[in-house]
Design a protein around this ligand. Structure first.
Ligand code: SF4
Ligand code: SF4
Length: 495
């Protein structure tokens, strides 16, 4: 519908679609441009969440037999990383937590500004670390009941935060899952972006950020609630793929387009809603926690970790599981990374001739580790997904049977999507692809930081060594005996 504001643009010349624009793909594009597309994918996710929560509270408290013990930890995590690999932040697009939040916007005032002291990613970072901790220390993955409570708390959190505060405060400043997705989507091959900058130059309404209004001045379509102004948006940070900008733009000038993964991290230009990367220590801290958290999270499942914990318990005289996991987390996400990053940045500064201070060196090169970290998450979550993707079928049959539905007898032998022999090669390929991405990205970051090619090569070296070391550690972790999650216990596997 033409609006009072959109009529202000005198001439609109349709632009040829860029290659690889999902919103121009026959059928799919039409669906994505449909105003209710997001709701259409959120509703099935919400129903699934309800089933998971009910089963988590009422079903058997044996994780491999319960929807809350399988779906979030095997299928959902697998879909999240695979969609990030293939397109971008599709989970946030389909996020069911946003449906009650929409209700909150109607029922509650939603008129307060988010407190300035809570802006940025610090809160999300703390919650993400808390989640990593709970996952291991409280055996979240092994407790359907606790998993169901986490989901309920999530719905309540999104409802309350967005019921009181303007915009998408929960997504931008609070949500740890969204923050995980924001970081890893930096390595995704797709982004929501304008098709033709010249059309934006001529645009007088800027509905993509202001929202679309009808002739009476009523808002009929929100603009970007994450405060990303399309013509100045760079990359995927903070973008939930909600497609509000696609629907609001009166000139059909926004699409989901192909791009070079990670390219946005080479540029140091100012970006809408984010600022400069070099001026965002919170963002870098989040990125590094996600990167190192990937290795820590995978290491938490291998047999040598139990040996290390036993040795630590004896050495320190600490025998509480909670205390040991807390120590493990603090070491894996803070102490060891701080040491490695400090030494690497200092060496890079020295080799680069000392022109770039160590802090500035870290603030730029640190982002170059995103692909190798993403490779680790992919290898880890991809492993569980490929090894146990079908385990959800008998679980749903069991849940359906419990609810009195004719679901048939569960076949508990269902599990893997690919033969076991392919799992390790696939994991290693994903991990090494991430390493390759990091090496290329670090090279370009170095070239953008050091005008002198020789200094750039030398400054790049320590970071390349760190990336190779991380990938080697990941490969070592992947080749140890691992616990299977959300599946029936198999011979030779610990739980
Ligand atoms: S993306 Fe925004 S600025 Fe560009 S044409 Fe659309 S509404 Fe105007
Ligand atoms: S409205 Fe904002 S968050 Fe949503 S897709 Fe567009 S840029 Fe991303």
């Amino acid at each position: 519908m033409a609006t009072a504001t959109s009529r202000a643009l005198p001439v609109f010349q349709p632009v040829p679609p860029p290659r690889g624009d999902l919103t121009r793909v026959r059928g799919l594009g039409r669906f994505l441009r449909w105003k209710h597309a997001r709701t259409a994918v959120q509703v099935p996710m919400l129903l699934l969440a309800v089933v998971i929560v009910l089963d988590g509270f009422l079903g058997p408290q044996v994780a491999p037999e319960n929807a809350a013990g399988v779906a979030p930890w095997v299928q959902w995590r697998g879909f999240v990383v695979l969609s990030l690999l293939v397109v971008g932040n599709l989970f946030c697009m389909a996020c069911p937590f946003m449906l009650p939040r929409r209700l909150a916007k109607r029922l509650m005032p939603a008129d307060r500004s988010w407190p300035s002291w809570l802006r940025g990613k610090w809160l999300a970072l703390v919650l993400l670390v808390l989640f990593f901790w709970a996952y291991e220390a409280l055996d979240l993955w092994n407790s359907p009941w606790l998993t169901a409570w986490v989901i309920v708390a999530y719905f309540a959190g999104a409802f309350v935060v967005d019921g009181f505060f303007k915009g998408a405060a929960f997504c931008k400043h609070v949500c740890p899952i969204g923050s995980f997705n924001f970081v890893n989507s930096l390595a995704s091959p797709g982004e929501v972006r304008v098709r033709d900058a010249a059309v934006c130059d001529r645009c007088e309404t800027k509905d993509c950020i202001r929202g679309r209004h009808d002739a009476a001045g009523r808002l009929v379509q929100s603009g970007c609630e994450l405060w990303l102004f399309q013509p100045r948006k760079v990359g995927n940070m903070d973008c939930t793929f909600c497609l509000d900008c696609v629907h609001a733009c009166p000139h059909d000038n926004v699409g989901i387009v192909a791009r070079v993964p990670g390219a946005e991290l080479v540029s140091e230009r100012w970006r809408s809603g984010v600022g400069r990367l070099a001026g965002r220590p919170d963002l870098l801290a989040l990125v590094l926690v996600v990167v190192f958290g990937g290795f820590m999270n995978a290491a938490g499942m291998i047999a040598p970790m139990r040996t290390l914990q036993t040795a630590t318990a004896h050495a320190l005289g600490v025998h509480s599981e909670l205390a040991l996991w807390t120590l493990f987390l603090l070491a894996g996400v803070f102490a060891v990374p701080a040491l490695l990053l400090g030494v690497t940045a200092a060496a890079s500064r020295w080799l680069g001739g000392g022109r770039v201070p160590a802090r500035a060196n870290l603030m730029r090169f640190g982002y170059g580790l995103v692909p190798v970290g993403f490779g680790m998450w992919l290898a880890h979550y991809g492993f569980h997904f490929l090894a146990g993707g079908l385990a959800i079928v008998p679980v749903l049959q069991r849940a359906g049977g419990d609810a009195g539905l004719p679901a048939g007898a569960p076949n508990w032998s269902l599990g893997g999507l690919v033969p076991d022999g392919l799992l390790l090669p696939i994991e290693l390929v994903l991990l090494e692809a991430g390493l390759l991405g990091s090496i290329v990205l670090l090279h370009y970051i170095s070239r953008s930081l050091y005008p002198d090619a020789r200094a750039a090569r030398r400054a790049f070296l320590p970071w390349a060594v760190l990336a190779v070391g991380l990938a080697a550690a990941g490969a070592w972790i992947m080749t140890r005996p691992m616990a299977m999650r959300g599946m029936m216990m198999m011979p030779g596997m610990e739980m």
